[in-house]
Design a protein around this ligand. Structure first.
Ligand code: HEM
Length: 446
């Protein structure tokens, strides 16, 4: 497989397979495992939503001997996943998001101050700046601590993040192995995140919980309080360790995804200056009247279109997977998916299919002017996945991206620097979608 020999990213390899046929589905081998690649949006919808009961779990594994990792909702299967998911869903209601938006807006101010101090440099690494911002946001919202990533290049939370997602062979084995080589993962007891990072994050969260309990004073506007509340309920059925795993997971799942989407949005706006100007006008008009708030962000329609188009071109996870739990006949075909078989859905393939998105390599936010027309007869735009297992942090993630983007555009013009890559090539050693040379840009004060 080309991705194993580091010629192509795993997302690109699965996309090539998607492009190699017009059929609704095709059989492929991942290493030695037969897998069904689903291409038809109608069948994608059946699997993710209509027949979710037959496809409730991902194929990914995490060894049970490392509970801080294996208890994360992403890896959990069956009734335990359902119990955790239902207890965690209230964490992201509109009211709670609104309360957290003030914390996020404060971090966005710091982001702008930081850019202000460094904007005389000819190349500023946008991905790193966005990672500092998203790490601060998740640390304050999920852990109740100030990560201080803008104050020190060596901040502890930022170092965790770098180490979890840095391009290394060890990380490649961890990340790609969880998805594709479960037997090796189980045999060598390898978890997605290094044990020492998991343990340290677990210790920090436990300390915060003790402190909040002792103070008996809830702040009322972050995830820590909400998780504490879930723990207190006797009927919750979730023990402390399971809750701590979810906090760690929000950090791992949240900071890299948000910083990826935000930095790719900055990149596209930089190389499409007309779109950048149009978006800035919308943001300025709305913020002049109402400031940058949860409600004003909801009013920014063109901002939503630009972020939607960014997620189309750069879905953080380039594919989805599910495992079939009982023999299943694909509707309208004679094909039976057998119990235990894995199915894959290529987000890259669907998002770049000219049938659904003409001129797919162009950045055209207008595709999303009428959002209701998307995914009418099946799912072909699924940056957050779909169905009951859709990304639980999607609205939180979108809000963080939008607040960061709107803040930057009110203060800076994004310009190409001598090192801005055009076009972007994806890092082959990474499971998630990342540029192989980062995203160096120039920020000019307005
Ligand atoms: C904007 C950025 C984000 C993107 C593009 C993204 C994308 C995704 C995708 C594609 C999935 C798999 C969905 C499926 O299998 O159908 C997922 C799952 C998940 N995401 Fe996100 N995500 C983002 C931000 C976040 C944030 C901020 C958090 C938490 C604070 C989060 C937490 C999770 C969790 C816990 C799951 C597993 C859900 C489950 O298994 O029930 N994500 N995400």
């Amino acid at each position: 497989m080309k991705s194993m020999t580091l010629q192509k990213s795993i997302g690109d390899v699965i996309k090539e397979l998607y492009n190699s046929t017009d059929e609704d589905y095709m059989g492929i081998f991942i290493i030695d495992k037969p897998v069904l690649l689903i291409r038809s949006p109608k069948l994608v919808k059946d699997i993710l939503l209509k027949d979710f009961a037959t496809f409730p779990d991902r194929c990914v594994v995490s060894p049970e001997s490392k509970p801080l990792a294996s208890n994360m909702m992403f890896f959990k299967k069956g009734p335990m996943w359902k119990a955790i998911r239902s207890k965690m869903t209230p964490v992201f209601t509109s009211g709670k998001l609104k309360a957290m938006s003030t914390l996020i807006a404060k971090e966005a101010e710091q982001l702008n101050e930081y850019i202000g101090k460094h904007c005389n440099k000819p190349n500023l690494e946008a991905k790193e700046i966005c990672a500092k911002y998203s790490t601060n946001v998740i640390a304050i919202c999920a852990f109740g601590v100030s990560a201080k990533c803008f104050e020190s290049e060596d901040a502890e939370f930022r170092n965790f993040g770098r180490r979890i997602f840095e391009f290394s062979v060890a990380n490649m084995i961890r990340h790609i192995g969880c998805f594709f080589t479960p037997n090796i993962i189980k045999l060598f007891q390898i978890s997605f995140v290094k044990d020492e990072i998991l343990n340290r994050l677990g210790d920090i969260f436990t300390e915060v919980l003790h402190f909040r309990k002792q103070q008996n004073q809830l702040k009322g506007n972050d995830l820590v309080d909400i998780l504490l509340d879930v723990m207190r309920r006797e009927d919750s059925g979730l023990n402390n360790d399971i809750i701590i795993s979810q906090a760690i997971q929000f950090f791992v799942a949240g900071f890299e995804t948000v910083s990826g989407v935000l930095s790719f949005a900055l990149y596209e706006l930089c190389i499409n200056p007309d779109i950048q100007e149009k978006l800035r006008q919308e943001i300025q008009e709305i913020t002049e009247k109402q400031g940058l708030t949860y409600d004003s962000i909801q009013e920014m329609k063109y901002l939503d279109m630009c972020v939607s188009e960014t997620l189309r071109k750069y879905p953080v996870l380039p594919f989805l997977d599910r495992v079939c739990n009982s023999n299943y006949k694909l509707e309208g075909t004679d094909h039976v998916i057998e119990k235990g078989q894995s199915v894959y859905i290529s987000m890259f393939g669907l998002h770049y299919d000219p049938k659904y998105f003409p001129e797919p390599h162009k950045f055209l936010p207008d595709r999303f002017r009428d959002k209701n027309s998307i995914n009418q007869d099946g799912f072909y735009y699924i940056p957050f996945g779909e169905g009951p297992r859709i990304c639980i942090g999607n609205r939180f993630g979108l809000m963080t991206v939008k607040i960061g983007l709107a803040s930057i555009l009110t203060k800076y013009r994004l310009c190409r620097s001598s090192k801005t890559p055009v076009p972007i090539r994806f890092q082959v050693k990474s499971l998630i979608v990342q540029s192989d040379v980062g995203i160096p840009l120039k920020f000019e004060p307005l």
